[in-house]
Design a protein around this ligand. Structure first.
Ligand code: BGC
Length: 663
């Protein structure tokens, strides 16, 4: 190759290493351009810009990942992934920018609605199901945001600071599990981690992602996350998005100074070539088979599976002979997704009143509040309470707006807008049977009304089918079966981070591995509703726990669950493990497995799990490896983290020469 053609060739390769525009890879090195789109709870296919607003083509909006987290249902998430891929296929989108598996460290994080859970195992497994679903249709995914982007507050600057054990055991855990599904790409986050931007963080991108987790796909930057293209290339970012002319200049400069080599360039070029080849070779899988009606029906049934019945003092399901007051603007115009890059343009959800009337209920509506400039303002409180007074039951619809829960800002409070709290309390003063329907993407402080109402149905940000699902759940057509993937604390000050947001420079993750339920349990703080909690219209009996040993760190766990109530329903069984006496600080219990099964009234289902070394291990920075400590472990099976039904102890005795001394 002559010197001038090599120069040309280098420029061509540099072009490939950054995007062509906002959404596509460059047509370079003889390769076609690939289009990417957000994600993750529906396709956001941007077709234009109006001022600062992006205009997106219409597609189906499924429950957000936070709601899907509450489903604890891998097969559901797989099907949703497939359906989203079908929308991608119709628009020639090669890759969806999701799923997101950042952990919910604080309920204030404005993007919690885009993430599955506060637990790494649950997040990782559901993300793997999502990736499998999307990629089974020949469309790629981008597992994001790697790593430790747990707030929106000053996300481009503030460094997430933590010890290695916390990083490996907690914030990387979901990525590690989801990577087993081989996403085509991983997206690195905006923030620095331990002082080094994720886009330049070799420890994250090379030591962990590539070497330890075996990721072979391409690393894509978050949009604008690259500070210096050559430094990010050396750290392991293959594609900087979106197009930015400084990238090519920086690469050329460092190349001319001998700071990046041909091999450095080719490593990333080869990965992008492989990505494009992967898109080409999976062409036969790209078949869009679902009708619009089928996709909407999936959105409705997904919303049903995701809803969590937080409280029910016998008022639900609603009786057909009752006169029902539906109160609150969200009944007509529900919030069903958050704000920011994930926002899907879709059809408007149906009215809850309309859906209940279709099911034969006698329903009247009072607005109660109006949403103006995304804030609730009072609207006819007297009419609302009058209506409630004349009704047998009042269903009050409240929640957060998409400007409260959105990308780039965090919430300041986890309470509802005070107008909504007042409305509930006023209605509860005149009607004994109040049901609150809650539309939100993250935990809410319900203490203002929890004890004054008979039932709380948490719909999450439930997607376009949210009200159809709510009506079927309220009427008992289907039983609620969601479980909380995120603890509802009593109040913000009970959380590990309280009101803190960092100081714009650094934020210390001083609670370490004690995130979510692990923190509350360790500190003995009783939450309003614990992780894994969710009621049903039936009851389940847990029986016959057997823990069988295959090897010192391999066990099989089986049990039977009987539906002892009168209604068919699904139940999620949760498997937790606890190390009884560890040399390090460990959570009181950790989720290691879960499974959801539909059980007809009077029937029983067998559940089976396996435990392996990793389930017992903690990350030891001393040996730089996961380590299983000898001792007694408690296997716990429960209907929630706080409702353990069956337990059994087991003893691990690995050879003493492989163990650190304990005493
Ligand atoms: C978000 C990503 C998103 C990207 C493209 C960024 O601001 O953090 O999650 O995929 O924009 O819209």
């Amino acid at each position: 190759m002559t010197k001038s053609s090599n120069k040309q060739n280098v420029a061509d390769r540099f072009a490939l290493l950054t995007g062509q525009d906002n959404w596509s890879t460059a047509e370079a090195c003889g390769l076609p351009s690939l289009r990417m789109s957000d994600g993750p709870h529906g396709l956001r296919y941007v077709i234009g810009e109006e001022g600062e607003e992006q205009i997106a083509a219409s597609s189906v909006c499924y429950p957000t990942l936070s709601a899907l987290g509450n489903s604890f249902d891998e097969s559901l998430v797989y099907r949703v992934g497939q359906a989203i891929a079908e929308d991608c296929i119709r628009h020639d989108v090669a890759m969806i920018l999701g799923p997101g598996v950042n952990l919910k460290r604080t309920p204030l994080c404005g993007r919690n609605f885009e993430y599955f859970s506060e637990d790494g195992v649950l997040s990782g497994r559901l993300a793997a199901a999502y990736i499998d679903g999307v990629q089974s249709k020949g469309v790629g995914t981008s597992l994001k945001h790697f790593a430790a982007n747990n707030r929106e507050y000053d996300r481009f600057f503030q460094s997430s600071e933590m010890d290695e054990r916390t990083l490996r055991e907690t914030y990387c855990r979901a990525f590690e599990i989801a990577l087993q599904a081989k996403p085509w790409t991983v997206m690195c986050s905006y923030n620095p981690v331990n002082g080094v931007y994720a886009s330049e963080n070799r420890h994250l991108l090379r030591d962990l992602l590539r070497r330890e987790y075996g990721f072979e796909g391409a690393v894509v930057s978050d949009w604008g996350a690259v500070k210096h293209r050559a430094k990010s290339l050396l750290a392991g970012v293959d594609l900087a998005m979106p197009y930015d002319e400084k990238c090519e200049k920086q690469l050329a400069d460092w190349y001319s100074r001998g700071l990046i080599s041909e091999a450095d360039i080719d490593e990333s070029v080869d990965r992008l070539r492989a990505l494009i080849r992967q898109y080409e070779t999976t062409e036969p899988l790209r078949k869009a088979e679902l009708t619009d009606g089928q996709k909407h029906a999936l959105a409705v049934s997904a919303a049903e599976q995701c809803a969590v019945l937080l409280k029910n003092d016998g008022v639900l399901p609603l009786g057909k002979s009752q006169k029902i007051a539906v109160i609150g603007g969200f009944a007509e115009n529900p919030e069903f997704q958050g704000g920011g890059s994930s926002r899907v343009t879709c059809g408007k959800p149906l009215s809850l009143c309309g859906c209940l009337r279709d099911q034969g209920f006698d329903v009247d509506f009072a607005q109660g509040y109006m949403i103006r400039y995304h804030m609730a303002t009072p609207f006819g409180l007297r009419y609302a309470t009058d209506l409630a007074m004349q009704s047998d039951c009042a269903v009050v619809c409240v929640g957060n707006t998409w400007l409260t829960e959105k990308e780039e800002t965090d919430r300041f409070s986890i309470r509802l807008n005070p107008i909504m709290e007042d409305l509930i309390v006023n209605v509860a003063n005149v009607n004994q049977n109040v049901v609150v329907v809650l539309y939100a993407g993250s935990a809410v402080d319900v203490s203002a009304f929890r004890d004054k109402v008979k039932a709380i149905l948490y719909m999450g940000f439930g997607g376009e089918g949210v009200n159809e699902a709510a009506a079927r759940l309220l009427s008992g057509e289907v039983s609620p079966c969601g479980k909380l993937a995120e603890t509802f604390p009593v109040c913000l000050s009970d959380t590990a981070t309280g009101e803190a947001r960092g100081n714009s420079y650094t934020e210390r993750y001083s609670e370490g591995v004690l995130v979510g339920y692990k923190y509350y349990e360790y500190k003995g703080i009783v939450p309003a509703y614990p992780f894994g909690h969710g009621l049903s219209y039936t009851q389940f009996a847990y029986e016959n726990l057997r823990v069988e040993k295959d090897s010192e760190t391999d066990y099989r766990v089986t049990l039977t669950v009987r539906n002892i109530g009168a209604r068919d329903a699904a139940e999620t069984v949760q498997l937790y493990l606890a190390d009884k006496a560890s040399m390090v600080t460990r959570p009181k219990k950790e989720l290691v497995g879960f499974a959801k099964k539909f059980i007809a009234a009077g029937e029983r289902q067998k559940f089976g799990f396996t435990l392996t070394a990793r389930d017992f291990a903690y990350f030891s920075p001393v040996s730089d490896a996961f380590y299983v400590e000898n001792g007694i472990y408690t296997v716990m099976v429960g209907a929630s983290s706080a409702d353990i039904r069956l337990t059994q102890e087991l003893k691990i005795t690995l050879p003493d020469e492989e163990q650190f001394s304990q005493y």
